[in-house]
Design a protein around this ligand. Structure first.
Ligand code: G3P
Length: 215
């Protein structure tokens, strides 16, 4: 499973990239707004740090405008992927953009039929938001399982980005299902690393090391 970082914070992206486990980045307007800098400057900096796909979201809701915005965003760097919302006009735009060779990430996906339509429209990626489904007492991870099965049944090439990840269990479950990508907030990446038995093990080794005669 590829790991993306779900962040627009350059410090977090640098630190995560330094771990050698980051394959790409996803951003959205909420994440960009936290940085208090123009979106273009943030995206340029992120693309200079990470060679994998960097998702940048459009804000237009009409297909012609989505395409115009997508073409502008694509000029920022070769690794920009255009995030398009899963609405009628978005799907129309995805079809046009895919014919132009512009990669798309269809976002705000909350159901299997929506994911099927994203794949049919030629999306490179689809992003089901599992945490937000959990928030309304629907099972987010079950949706990933359903999408995986159906994409496999029909040989759809669209990659599944598990998004709105809130905890390490979401990541483990996504991997067990065989999701292509998990996009993970920095705080959860840090949680993935930590284990209390690792800390206890290190403390004991260091204590025991002190007992070893030096001569
Ligand atoms: O990639 C989409 C993701 O950022 C949404 O996460 O936590 O706002 O539901 P969240």
């Amino acid at each position: 499973m590829k790991i993306f970082i779900d962040s627009a914070n350059v410090r977090e992206i640098k630190e995560a990239a330094g771990l050698g486990v980051i394959d790409g980045v996803t951003t959205n307007p909420t994440l960009i707004a936290r940085e208090n800098k123009p979106a273009k400057a943030i995206l340029e900096e992120i693309c200079s740090l990470v060679s994998g796909p960097v998702s940048a979201e459009v804000i237009s809701l009409e297909s012609r405008k989505i395409c115009e915005e997508a073409r502008q965003l694509s000029k920022i760097a070769k690794n920009i992927v255009i995030k398009v919302p899963l609405v009628k006009e978005g799907l129309k735009a995805v079809q046009i953009l895919s014919q132009e060779g512009i990669r798309t990430n269809v976002t705000l996906c909350f159901s299997l039929p929506q994911a099927i339509l994203a794949a049919k429209s030629g999306a490179s990626y689809v992003s089901p938001f599992i945490g937000r489904l959990d928030d309304i007492t629907a099972c987010g991870i079950s949706l990933i399982s359903e999408i995986k099965t159906v994409f496999r049944n029909y040989g759809f090439k669209t990659e599944i980005i598990v998004a709105s990840i809130r905890n390490p269990l979401h990541v483990a479950d996504a991997a067990k299902i065989g999701a292509d990508i998990a996009t993970i907030p920095f705080a959860v990446i840090e949680q993935l690393i930590r284990h209390p038995l690792t800390d206890i093990g290190i403390a004991r080794f260091l204590e025991d090391y002190k007992k070893i005669p030096q001569k």
